[in-house]
Design a protein around this ligand. Structure first.
Ligand code: F68
Length: 839
């Protein structure tokens, strides 16, 4: 978003009129300066009086985009000429964050451009900061998709990302009186320099209407879906550069556009308002990202979005196929593979059947064989409330042909179940894609499993629990279909890009191979014992903490954070299972100790908590209010001073995490065991040298395995213990037997943090005291406090802490999405890497 900030110096007095070349401009400093001036002065029409870094950012982005363009075409050509098998990553969310800085890094021009801008008197950081985040996702699932496409390009794999171009991304969070207030995120208001509209690949998507059998010229019966209301899907392509390898892949996002400007009949009948309203209904489809990261709310618009994505993407792929191969689909499954990012796009399974049968005339058997060999499904959650179901009547009204196909898929599937378990009616009921009830519902996860050749979870524990719990019946039926792909994060954005000082030290020490082969970070291990290296490491961490303080001070000038304090960070969506409240209980415990004078050997701590709550999730919103109220009391208490600070990081998003993770000492990964499928923030923080305090949940288990127990602060019940304890869980008696916890609860219940707002936290307090609390926060309190004590002991020994920090980074190699994608490719996609020759 444009904002005003004076430049130190901005020298544009001698515009370079010689810039006329259309071909790919060079990579020298002078080339960037020339292009920058050309775009700034002539394309954007700005001069040195313009005070907004936004337009300078636009001019620079345009110059960078030029350098991607020819490589993008070369990539396209390479894939086409080599008749490559391709994979399509279909996701309702791509949480891309900012593009400029990452594009410069991957093109290998960051340093030269920084110097070029410096020569012009422009601080490149200001330009980078002026770009809005592309916040087209909720959290982990959406950001994973973004990291995946970065790795696919870096590994030179022919993978296209398909998603939706939401006009409004994830809401902007502000805090008013301690409470979350949501504001719309109109990220496209000033245009998007990185996208290219491709009207020529527009497809119609059908809704409503009805089906009937028609007989074609050859006398064949075909199902027709007619009298539909169609919406156009217009693609916008974004280049996805690999790391310094000339590959530029594509992220294709669909925008919904009304088929005609307005309905002429209605217009002629004088009903102008109705006609324009119909246009709006169509264009609403890609208006806004749903901000729920866990429970589906079954809204019709959401189903429209899902089908819109699935149908447009499949039409795109199939029309390309038909252009190349005509109506011969015999090799389609050998050349194409669709990875479904959770169940959200799983209607694609029925849509592929529809297109193959109704449009291209294939029989059921052949169409099903193709579908079952091309679709692969990734699950991201075990929480039952997050499993999507759609009411059958809604589907029949909105997508009548798809509903018929799903019934047929289910009938055939159930006869397979009946053959496998003769007479087992309970199993037929429990495995049916259609859940009985009033109304009947379509279980989208079951549709995804039945229609796919691969089903994977996102960390070892999660995949095991899918097989033993949620999808047990399906695992018994088709064990070979199930597999694990432990998540990762891209080291380009999450280390090289966001932490240039640390990256420089690492490269100086072990070379630059780690950027694409992250396991090479192992070579840092011996340096953990070198006091000089440790001092340099510590220095960089200290500087990063100072940067983080400075950044926050721009927003909150009165903020007082102590750079020597332990920076204790929990940033993620606010959810009960992630237990931000357990973190708050610990903070209150520390506060209570200070107030009691129990402060010998005190370790100053700065607790940073950030994240968004789904707008309809009352408990999560109350948790934010609690964090802010507790912060207010603690931070304004003179007796506390800088021994303890609690700070809520407003509007947590990708670009915020890029500033947070370099400055974190401690990473809070404290979910109830068995509930966090993987986590990926845990990996970003580890990579940047933070130590983890965590439960045996999701990828924490694998992080601990990699780094060793002595470099990880483990606490809490295991998943099995949690399930065993549930049956006789009595939080009140746990509280009674723990003096520290009792004092914490007394402070909470006495209204100490809500003196003028009586009763506002009653529901939160009641939920953790309930014997039915699914997240069992109280059960892990003591163990958490003890682990935090071990953290403090370790932090007091600076040399020991720094060593542990280095070892965390050194052992984070497994958590690169390059490793994850290599596994997806070796075991599921089976694509050949296709190096791109350029020039
Ligand atoms: C978004 C929309 C809906 C309807 C449901 C869930 C979500 C969502 O954002 N889910 C999500 O982020 N899940 C997370 O996926 C990560 C990547 O696999 C995992 O690391 C997290 O553990 C998991 O919670």
């Amino acid at each position: 978003m444009p904002y005003t900030m004076p430049y130190k110096r901005f020298i544009l007095s001698k515009p370079n009129a010689a810039i006329t070349e259309i071909t790919v401009p060079g990579m020298k400093k002078k080339d960037f300066i020339a292009d920058f001036k050309q775009y700034y002065i002539h394309l954007l029409g700005r001069d040195e009086d313009c005070r907004s870094p936004f337009y300078a950012g636009e001019a620079l982005s345009q110059a960078i985009r030029d350098r991607l363009m020819e490589r993008w075409k070369a990539t396209h050509k390479t894939y086409k000429e080599t008749h490559s098998r391709r994979a399509f990553y279909i996701s309702m969310e791509f949480l891309m964050g900012r593009t400029l800085s990452n594009a410069m890094l991957n093109l290998g021009v960051k340093d030269v451009v920084t110097h070029a801008m410096y020569d012009l008197g422009v601080e490149i950081e200001e330009l980078i900061e002026s770009e809005p985040d592309a916040g087209l996702g909720n959290g982990g699932l959406g950001r994973l998709a973004a990291c995946f496409i970065d790795s696919c390009a870096t590994l030179q794999l022919p993978v296209i990302g398909y998603g939706l171009r939401y006009e409004y991304g994830m809401f902007v969070q502000s805090i008013v009186n301690g409470e979350q207030v949501e504001k719309p995120d109109h990220w496209l208001r000033h245009g998007n320099i990185w996208e290219i509209e491709r009207l020529e690949y527009t497809w119609p998507v059908k809704f409503g209407g009805h089906t009937e059998v028609q007989v074609d010229e050859q006398g064949n019966h075909r199902m027709c879906w007619i009298s539909t209301n169609d919406v156009l899907a217009v693609p916008y392509d974004t280049p996805i550069p690999g790391f310094q390898n000339n590959t530029v892949n594509t992220l294709r996002l669909w925008k919904a556009v009304a088929t005609e400007e307005f309905n002429l009949d209605e217009f002629n009948a004088g009903d102008y308002a109705e006609a324009v309203a119909a246009k709006n209904t169509a264009e609403h489809i890609t208006m806004v990202l749903y901000p729920n990261d866990a429970n589906e709310n079954g809204k019709e618009l959401r189903l429209r979005q899902q089908y819109f994505l699935a149908s447009a993407s499949l039409q795109d792929v199939i029309s390309h196929w038909v252009k190349m191969h005509g109506e011969n689909f015999s090799e389609f499954a050998d050349k194409n593979c669709f990875q479904l990012n959770d169940t959200h796009p799983s209607i694609a399974i029925a849509e592929l059947m529809r297109i193959l049968m109704d449009i291209h005339g294939l029989g059921w058997t052949e169409a099903w064989s193709i579908t079952k060999r091309t679709m692969a499904y990734t699950n991201h959650t075990l929480l039952p409330e997050a499993l999507e179901k759609w009411p059958v009547p809604l589907m029949q009204r909105l997508l009548p042909r798809l509903m018929e196909i799903i019934f047929e898929i289910n009938a055939r599937f159930l006869s397979e179940v009946a053959a496998h378990w003769p007479g087992d009616n309970a199993r037929l009921r429990s495995m049916s894609i259609i859940e009985e009830g009033n109304p009947q519902q379509v279980r989208m996860a079951y549709l995804a499993i039945v229609g796919s050749f691969s089903v994977n979870g996102v960390a070892q524990l999660h995949s095991k629990l899918l097989q033993q719990g949620l999808f047990r019946d399906f695992y018994e039926l088709w064990p070979q279909q199930f597999n694990n792909k432990t998540n990762g994060v891209t080291p380009r954005r999450w280390l090289a890009g966001c932490n240039p000082e640390l990256a420089k030290l690492i490269t100086e020490t072990i070379g630059e191979g780690w950027i694409t082969h992250l396991s090479e970070l192992h070579k840092l291990t011996p340096y953990a014992d070198d006091p000089i290296f440790r001092a340099r490491w510590r220095n960089i961490k200290q500087q990063a903490k100072q940067h983080l303080i400075d950044y926050k001070k721009q927003q909150y000038p009165h903020l007082n954070l102590n750079v020597d304090a332990l920076f204790d960070v929990q940033v993620k969506r606010i959810h009960e299972y992630k237990r931000q409240i357990l973190n708050v209980l610990h903070v209150i415990h520390l506060y209570d100790r200070i107030k009691r004078g129990d402060t010998s050997n005190w370790v100053a701590r700065c607790v940073l908590i950030g994240g968004k709550a789904a707008p309809g999730y009352a408990m999560a919103k109350k948790t934010i209010k609690l964090i802010n109220n507790v912060a207010k009391v603690i931070n304004s208490d003179e007796a506390v001073g800088d021994k303890l600070t609690l700070f809520f990081l407003t509007d947590y998003r990708v670009s915020a995490m890029e500033k947070i993770c370099p400055g974190a000492d401690l990473s809070e990964q404290i979910s109830t065991a068995g509930k966090e499928a993987s986590g990926t923030g845990n990996m970003k923080l580890m990579m940047n040298g933070a130590l983890t305090i965590g439960t045996l949940d999701g990828a924490n288990i694998e992080i601990r395995e990699e780094v060793g127990d002595e470099n990880f602060f483990l606490f809490g019940l295991t998943e099995a213990e949690i399930e065993a304890r549930r049956r006789h869980y009595h939080p009140i008696s746990i509280i009674d037997q723990d003096d520290d916890l009792q004092r914490v609860m007394n402070l909470l219940e006495s209204g100490h943090f809500n003196q003028f707002e009586p009763g506002i936290f009653d529901d939160l307090i009641a939920s953790i005291k309930s014997p039915h609390d699914p997240w069992m926060t109280i059960a892990d309190f003591r163990s958490f406090i003890d682990a935090q004590k071990r953290v403090e002991d370790a932090y007091q020994d600076k040399e020991r802490w720094t060593k542990m920090s280095i070892l965390n980074c050194a052992n984070s190699g497994k958590f690169s999405t390059d490793r994850t994608i290599t596994e997806y490719n070796n075991e599921i996609w089976k694509l050949e890497p296709r190096p791109v020759k350029y020039p």
